[in-house]
Design a protein. Sequence first.
Lengths: 642, 355
Amino acid sequence: MRHFKKSHLLIGVGLVWIAFSRIFQGDQTLELATSDNTAFTTSVGDVAASIRGNRTKSAAFIYFFNPIRAAINGFVEIIRSIISVPSGNSIIPVIGWFGVVAIVAFAVYATSKLRTALLAVSLLLACGALGMWQFTMDTLAMTLASVLLSLLFGIPLGIWAGLSDRVLKILTPFLDLAQILPTLVYLAPLALFFLIGTASATIATMVYSIPIAIRITAHAIRNLNQSPIEAALSMGSTPKQTLTKVQLPMAKQMIILGVNQTVMAALSFVVIAALIGAPGLGKPVVDALIIRNVGQGFVAGFAVVFVAILLDRSTSAAAKAQEGFIPMTSQQIQRGRIKRGLAGLAAIAAIFASRSVLSLAVWPGSINIAQQVEDVTNHVTKWVTTNLYIFTVGFKDFISNWVLNPIETLLAFSPWFVTLSAIVLIAAVIGGIRVAMLATGLLALIVLSGLWHEAMITLTQTIVATLLTMSIGIALGIWVGRSVRAERILRPFLDAGQTLPAFVYLIPMLGLFGPTRFTAIATGIVYSIPVVVKIVSEGIRAVPVAMIEAATVAGSTVRQIITKVQLPAAKKAILLATNQGMIFVLAVVVIGGFVGSGGLGYLVILGGSKPDLQGKGLVAGFAILLLGVTIDRIAQASARRT
Amino acid sequence: MVDGKSSAGAGGSLASNPPAVSVRGLWKVYGPNPLSIVGSPDAKLSRSELRAKTGCTAAVSDVSFDVAPGEVFVVMGLSGSGKSTLIRCLTRLVEPTAGEIFLDGEDISKATPQRLRELRRQHFSMVFQHFGLLPHRKVIDNIAYPLEINGMKKTERHARANEVIELVGLHGYAHAFPEQLSGGMQQRVGLARALAVDPQVLFLDEPFSALDPLIRRDMQQEIIRLHRELGKTMVFITHDLSEAVKVGDRIAIMRDGAVVQIGTPEELVANPIDDYVANFVRDIAKSHVLTLRYLARPAQPGDDIDGPELAANIIIRDAAEIILQTHKPVRVIENGKVLGIVSSEDVLRLISGVA
């Protein structure tokens, strides 16, 4: 009964909104020309300028920010000088490319198996052949440095949060916030305090990946089988003994899985952090996006994908090797040791070779297929855009004219108070009075920031992308959730999709749709579909078999089972997937500022390059955060209320 | 088993040597301000009344009993009766709200964390329903764990672990991992681990409830054998009355957190204190539990009173064959005096359930 009423209320709100929007079309939309500042954004810009001016004077910088920056810079540079940049007086890094390949091969072989090691080697060589060796090494060095630092802080904090309810309670809001914070938002503020460069990039990456390490470690500790722990206590173990002898060994596999996730998060961020001066593969990607050279973007993008597969396969293989505690025979152990010993010796020999033979130290320039790859991809893109015009541009125009434009008119070209009231009313209907009040506050702040119109442009794109993501994602999710075969077919794509940095998706989309609003939306869809499919299919699969058997015996058709049993039972998972999908989409839509999506993301990027718009860029970043929290609260409330 | 059970007297009191475990007025109340319930008029309320009135749940309410040295004391109750909470209070895995727990005269409930660890390491140990084995350790290192945390050297603790491995019938499994073993074998590891420190008291929390019926029977025999060989004091939790009767010297029946009746299996079957207990023990074959004392009756005119003599503490099942083969009623003797006679008809009537 209540549900029935709710949907009527929503329709009512929508109709009134449309009516008001028609009447006051174009009034009080708070539009602001891109190059204009408001009094507020100007003053934020002044504050930023004065912070920058104080770098050598203020105590906060001299005793806090600058030492941290120096320490992190030093740490990253040590790793870079080992594998990537010339060390000291030498013209080559400590270890040349051949040595690096050997070390990676040995490390992967020692922690998992030969096949994974071979895959890792071929991926590395492919990066070299793409002419990306130096960038690849920089990306690896940055990722390694960030991951080591993240784990250094993340695992102890995670263990602590796993053991203490109080610590978890204190950390949870930060972890939640980090999860909904679009990556683009904290680049500029960090660069303000730590300068553009590796330190800012590393810290930003840590901000992004530490919460993942903390969350998974705490989860691993908390979800252990409690029975051995109780037994250990009953035998008089001290808390320390219980932790080191019982809890950590039992949680080890899960924690290694957390390392895998941390590595993948760090990699995807290191690529984006090219925007604030991170060395590595992000740089050629950004360069290619700026000059709209799809082929060149593909070359760098392939290298990113290869590194992602390399890191994911090798770390997840290491996690899998931890599965089960079944012992090997002593003969097997012996043989394994000998093999690993020999491999280790070979790796050491390779390192020495890479230090003495120039062609093994510096990637030979003659092995370079970048131009060919660029030509082929440009060719293919051209062929697709000319021959499949009807699908690409047709689809783009259809969505733009029939979905995007009407929603944009409603949100961004109605008077601000009409849109604001409508959103608050919707929040009230689906989330209750408290969520409505929160939404009022957050949206009012956006209005005060002076970037309301831009925020509504971004919100429009987020909503459209989410609508499309959900309609595709739910359908795929039902399919994967119901069919083992579908799961087997789609699983590799879903896994790969989740590990790739959002940035690289922009490249093919740019090729297909050119620099438009729709490119950002399409990228957002492609990026967030995997997570939606995963959550929805898990929800479908979690529906008890008995329920489905009962419905089948009662004579339901497949369609009835889906619509009357599985979907209602998986409603919570679907709402959760919507929430996650929206957050993912928002993160990508703002990055789409690069390829012509406009909105807040464009202002953030512009603020990074134009000093007089820096304040506006910072404010835009904050507005993205406000928008993200608003979306998240409303979506979560709707999930909670079912 | 004619004389196997060391009868420890009736009720909660013991006459002779001091008890190994003694529990006095033990309470565990969950909810707001739990201490205020204990000793207040509310303490007399039933569980549901208490929850309705105060929002508190008494998982264990005012439990007292004594366990004699070497006795197997069974706490028996259905799920939710508070027996698991009770045994966790005894070992302070759950902190009791009120009451005293004496182990060899020392009040465990007042032990400092340090002293509590010492007690756990040396004086008592526990066996769990779900075994609680460490999956990442071999059998031998699981068994040696309590010795290891006590600081014993590796060779020493492995030597001791090997002794216990032989004792519980795990020969040849020392280097297996728990997940390679069947449930029954895993619980043998659990038992071995508990015995490794040679504790005075063994607490067993539904140790066999997770096992298949056939394995369960084997393990019950095993615990009886170990008890006979080692003579450890045991507090044994179960929800299975036939198991309780099999292994227990005395049984405490719990309901809604309180002890309803404590007694030997014979006492419970012969004189259930209320309908609840009577209902419980109804399915127990009386002839398996009761002794001839229960059947002995004064001779009626016409009875032969020169039949063979049998001791009063023989269980009826064990005496049945002799009685049925004799044509005269047997005379039941206790302390040299004749308590009465038992005829084959009396035995048949009891077995067929008419009596």
